[in-house]
Design a protein. Structure first.
Length: 315
């Protein structure tokens, strides 16, 4: 009876969270933390925790497809993980290899158009894992409905350092003009599979840090961050939806800040002629959502009288 009540409550809470979400983020990145701690609490060895975590990864892929998320990046193996004991690394490499082949051959991956790609210093991985990466990438190269980026031997600082060195070599060789070094030039030399700025970072396991993960694509985009207590094998759909709600709250706050800045700018030109103020309002209107455009219109009318023409935004 108690289990049935908990399930019904969980189902109702999940429906409530879904109703609160207007739109999903485009790119979600997840730090899958807590596999080893979960295993220890269950009385198991670390490899068993990683296997349990791999099942959660499969579920998250299904949730992303269901919710319309276009890109998912998973922090599966960092450069720091090479420092782990050999007896833990070998089973982890075995699991990575088997799951890459399994994902590449899974019917749902092909039915849902999932493109798999690895980011990071893949050359540092054992041959068998690199071969599995190549197989998964080649089997799904034609798809683009959902991009699954698996961060392997990944470190954000190393990624940026590699891009800087590549740019320096090209400039030194006369292949790249220093004046042409801009954000696009840097992005072109970062991980080739990560195509979009990160909207939301999720970290499981209770730690509140982003651990050198996607500094250019996440920090540069001021991504929302959701830290949660469950270990990765325990991560549920409700936890995932809570993370998406955090993103939506962050996006709404950002939109409101833009509106407030637009109104402040309009006030700053309030002493000018009406035509000038209308011109500024028109430019601002095009950059704001409907509610923001109406607020700009109201401010214009307050500054120049009720006879001022409306500047409602055409959606």
């Amino acid at each position: 009876m108690a289990n049935r009540i908990r399930r019904r409550f969980g189902d109702a809470y999940e429906r409530m969270l879904r109703r609160q979400l207007d739109a999903a983020p485009t790119h979600v990145a997840i730090i899958q933390d807590g596999n080893r701690r979960y295993a220890r609490e269950q009385g198991d060895d670390a490899p068993e925790g990683h296997r349990e975590g791999a099942q959660t990864t499969e579920q998250v892929l299904e949730w992303c497809d269901e919710l319309g998320i276009e890109e998912l990046t998973l922090y599966a193996f960092s450069t720091e993980n090479f420092n782990r004991p050999e007896e833990e690394l070998e089973p982890l490499f075995d699991l990575l290899e088997s799951k890459l082949y399994e994902f590449a051959d899974a019917d749902r991956v092909h039915e849902n158009g999932v493109r798999i790609g690895a980011i990071g210093d893949v050359e540092r991985l054992p041959d068998r894992v690199r071969e599995a990466v190549e197989y998964a990438e080649s089997r799904t190269a034609e798809y683009d409905a959902l991009r699954l980026n698996i961060a392997l031997a990944y470190g954000g600082r190393s990624e940026l350092l590699g891009a800087a060195r590549e740019i320096a070599r090209e400039v030194d060789a006369g292949e790249l003009d220093p004046e042409d070094v801009d954000t696009d030039a840097v992005e072109d030399r970062l991980a080739r599979h990560t195509t979009r700025a990160v909207d939301l970072i999720v970290r499981t396991g209770g730690d509140e840090r982003t651990s050198n993960f996607l500094p250019w694509h996440a920090n540069g985009n001021e991504a929302a961050v959701y830290f949660c207590a469950p270990y990765w094998p325990e991560f549920s759909k409700i936890d995932f939806l809570r993370g998406l709600r955090t993103y939506e709250s962050r996006a709404e706050s950002w939109r409101q800040s833009r509106t407030e800045r637009a109104v402040a700018l309009l006030r700053a030109v309030a002493e000018t002629e009406l035509a000038d103020a209308k011109a500024v309002a028109g430019r601002l209107r095009a950059q704001l959502p409907s509610a923001g455009a109406r607020e700009v219109s109201a401010e214009l009318e307050r500054q120049h009288g009720t006879d001022a023409p409306s500047v409602e935004r055409a959606d």
